[in-house]
Write a protein that binds this ligand. Structure first.
Ligand code: RAM
Length: 337
């Protein structure tokens, strides 16, 4: 009897300790309700950015904040500045931004942070000076190297290819391109030749025309890598109705919904992306945790990101969503974004 009592008491104490631990964790992970969080995408009419922003808004709904999306209709270098200034005047709790040009926005984001507004960059970074946290879609080196690996497979390891990028100042595209060029230095790619980096500015028409220009300028072109959802869709559309179909491979980063018809009609064999909705969702939770004081943005801190679970901040305030997926005819119908 005594032994039972003692062990019961011990068990009760253990339960109490566990319960206290659980409630402490829950308390630490809580974000405030009513937070005003504004998303500033690269451009509001880019389908990729729309999915990302929608993901952010759904997270904000979960923790009962007030979310909104404001931003330019073009991805021009200084197009986001006036929006940031307005958000500062409106005393938002946090700004979540996909930067078109770090140099253009950092001074204004610094001003926001000086006034207590928390700043999270996502998709396209500002660099550590312009934000507390960068929510990155995937490891930038892995994305860049992965793009070359995929292209090489698609064109049999040799031939001329071009990159069709977004804007010349986009941090994300430029970082990926840098890693593509690193990957190309490996001996196994000695027969791959990067002939040109073209810029479609994340504008559908300009990307379409740039694709046409690439085909005219490089008659031996075997591939186009467009690490932009706008660029890859425009390139695929051009090539799908040109004699280059089946001869010039189009790959890069795109949304399954925009690329599905080009995979089905044989213009595109494979391309990559992550879930932009989850990217926005994670960025919203990062912003809310900063604004609630549960984290400050330092390496090693963790926060609760709703259905994405616990996330830990890495070097220079970077939080990574996860590895990209490669889409092809076998799996594309499993994805709806
Ligand atoms: C475009 C944008 C965005 C990029 C995607 C892959 O929508 O340039 O920044 O991450 O493509």
């Amino acid at each position: 009897m005594k032994r039972t009592l003692r062990s019961t008491r011990a068990a009760l104490i253990a339960v109490a300790i566990v319960a206290a631990g659980v409630s402490l964790t829950a308390y630490a992970a809580e974000v405030k309700s009513g937070l005003k969080i504004a998303f500033v995408p690269k451009q509001i009419n880019n389908p990729y950015e729309v999915i990302a922003d929608d993901g952010g808004m759904s997270a904000i709904k979960e923790f009962k904040g007030e979310g909104k999306v404001v931003g330019p209709s073009d991805a021009g270098a200084s197009s986001q500045v006036s929006y940031i200034n307005t958000l500062i005047t409106q005393r938002q709790d946090a700004i979540v931004i996909a930067a078109n040009d770090a140099n253009a926005v950092v001074p204004y984001l610094k001003k926001a942070m000086a006034q207590g507004i928390k700043v999270v960059s996502f998709d396209s970074d500002t660099g550590p000076a312009g934000r507390q946290i960068f929510v990155n879609q995937a490891n930038a080196e892995a994305i860049g190297r992965g793009q070359v690996q995929l292209l090489s497979k698609l064109i049999g390891g040799e031939g001329e290819f071009a990159i069709l990028s977004a804007t010349p100042n986009a941090t994300n595209q430029n970082t990926w391109i840098k890693w593509m060029q690193e990957e190309l230095k490996k001996p196994e790619y000695s027969k791959l030749k990067l002939v040109k980096i073209a810029y479609g500015n994340d504008d559908d028409q300009k990307s379409f025309v740039e694709t046409q220009g690439l085909l005219q300028a490089y008659p031996n072109l075997k591939g186009i890598v467009a690490p932009t959802s706008v660029g890859i869709a425009a390139a695929a559309r051009y090539i799908s109705s040109s004699p280059a179909k089946g001869k010039v491979a189009v790959t890069g980063l795109g949304t399954p919904n925009q690329m599905r018809s080009f995979v089905k009609n044989g213009t595109v064999t494979a391309f990559q992306l992550w879930d932009p909705g989850q990217l926005g969702y994670l960025a919203a939770y990062a912003a809310a945790n900063l604004a609630s004081g549960t984290i400050t943005g330092k390496e090693g801190e963790s926060f609760d990101a709703g259905k994405l679970g616990k996330r830990t901040i890495g070097k220079e305030g970077e939080v990574i969503l996860g590895p990209p997926t490669t889409f092809d005819a076998n799996n594309i119908d499993k994805y709806n974004f």
